[in-house]
Ligand binder design. Sequence first.
Ligand SMILES: [Zn+2]
Length: 146
Amino acid sequence: MESRIETGACFCGAIAAEMQGDPFWICFDHDDDCRRAIGSPLTIWIGYRLDQFRLTRGQPREFSKTRGIVRSFCEKCGTSIAYRDEGLNDELYVTIGFFDHPERFRPQAHAYWRLRLPCLEFSDDLPRIDTYSRRRDPAFGNPVDR
Ligand SMILES: [Zn+2]
């Protein structure tokens, strides 16, 4: 059987990538840092291992405000692309807006539920987690404490 391949691109098309295989984790994220960085009330992160992600066009710019956390984006059009965190080893989170077929992904949980905007209502029965939905390496602490 062929391995699953998902493709994605930024708004202007300068950056494109291919993701191979199934993501290991998909979650809604209500975190305020991500909200500001992405400019959206919430996002859905699609989590892959680093070797599942391959750029097929262009090179994203990177930005880090919090130690150990790197966000990537297209320098031409500003599209947010991905998030890496040294406390989450070998995990790369790609924004759902980057994908050519975002309808194929089903979130498995809500992360940072306590930070969600009051105007957002959800009728799903997914787990609601008040902090990170992933197990972090305690050696790196939490981003809010850095
Ligand atoms: Zn672009």
